[in-house]
Each structure stands twice: as structure tokens, then as C-alpha cells.
Design a protein around this ligand. Structure first.
Ligand SMILES: Cc1cc2nc3c(=O)[nH]c(=O)nc-3n(C[C@H](O)[C@H](O)[C@H](O)COP(=O)(O)O)c2cc1C
Length: 128
């Protein structure tokens, strides 16, 4: 079954953007093998990641993610079945921008939907 998982976490205090790029480069190889797609957003010192894939593959990737010392305080926002991917072909996009800070805050407060945030991520990714 195709599923989507969204979480928010806090970046390790000493984590740099070049290190985040290296994490994403390594992740892309594994995600490609597991056919996991999605996008990682870094807003200030918080990550928001959208992951799409078959249930078992998502479980495997979530295992790697939750064991990484590069972030902490991982909060699951949503995990649910989906019919279509929103990040088809992106074996992990990376978006580093504070422009989405308000959307992330709104999602944490449940004042906006995951779908609205995904659309904002896609719109910003297209600008880059
Ligand atoms: C914010 C964040 C996002 C990650 N996303 C993925 C991912 O999409 N796919 C994956 O296989 N691993 C992902 N990981 C896990 C690590 O990249 C991976 O396990 C790493 O190569 C282990 O090395 P490390 O201990 O240096 O972090 C992520 C880790 C972090 C911190």
C-alpha cells in the first residue's frame, strides 16, 4: 500500500547546510533503491520531511531517520494511505528556505493541512 509520512524534527545545534546536503545525497541513493520519494524542508533549525512509498520501504527509511543523531525531537504529523505521489521522481528534494516558516508553524498548531504545506513546498521548489 502506498503511504505518505510527514514529520517535523529539530536539527542538531551544530548541523550545517553543507552537511544537510550530504545527508540528502546519501539518502537519495537509498530512496531510489526503495522507491521512496519526497522532500526535505529546512526552515531555521527545523526539518519538515514528506516521505512517500510502499509501507515496508517507508518503515525501513523511517528506521534510518529516527536513528540519525543529526536531529532530535521527531514529531509525527501524519501517516496515511495515498493514491498518488506528489513528489514523483524526487527521490528526495531539498528546500532550504525561511519563506515557509509560517506554514510550518501553522501545521504544528494544526491550523493548516499537510496538503497545503506540500503545495507551498512544491511552489517554492519550482522557484529554485
Ligand atoms: C533530516 C534527515 C532526513 C533524512 N532522510 C533520509 C531519507 O530520506 N532516506 C534515508 O535513507 N535516510 C535518511 N536520513 C538518514 C541518514 O541520512 C542516513 O542514515 C545517514 O546516511 C546516516 O549517517 P549519519 O549517521 O551521518 O546521519 C535522514 C536523516 C536526517 C537527519
Amino acid at each position: 500500500m502506498l503511504e505518505r509520512l510527514v514529520y517535523i524534527s529539530t536539527a542538531a545545534p551544530d548541523l550545517t547546510v553543507p552537511e544537510v546536503r550530504r545527508i540528502v545525497a546519501r539518502s537519495q541513493m537509498r530512496n531510489r533503491q526503495l522507491d521512496v520519494t519526497g522532500m526535505l524542508l529546512l526552515v531555521r533549525s527545523e526539518f519538515l520531511q514528506v516521505l512517500e512509498g510502499q509501507r515496508d520501504m517507508l518503515d525501513e527509511v523511517v528506521g534510518y531517520i529516527s536513528r540519525s543523531p543529526r536531529h532530535q525531537d521527531i514529531r509525527l504529523i501524519e501517516r496515511q494511505p495515498i493514491t498518488t505521489r506528489r513528489f514523483d521522481g524526487w527521490h528526495m528534494g531539498l528546500l532550504v528556505t525561511d519563506a515557509l516558516a509560517d506554514q510550518v508553524e501553522a501545521l504544528k498548531a494544526r491550523r493548516t493541512s499537510v496538503d497545503a504545506v506540500i503545495e507551498a513546498m512544491r511552489a517554492n521548489a519550482d522557484l529554485m
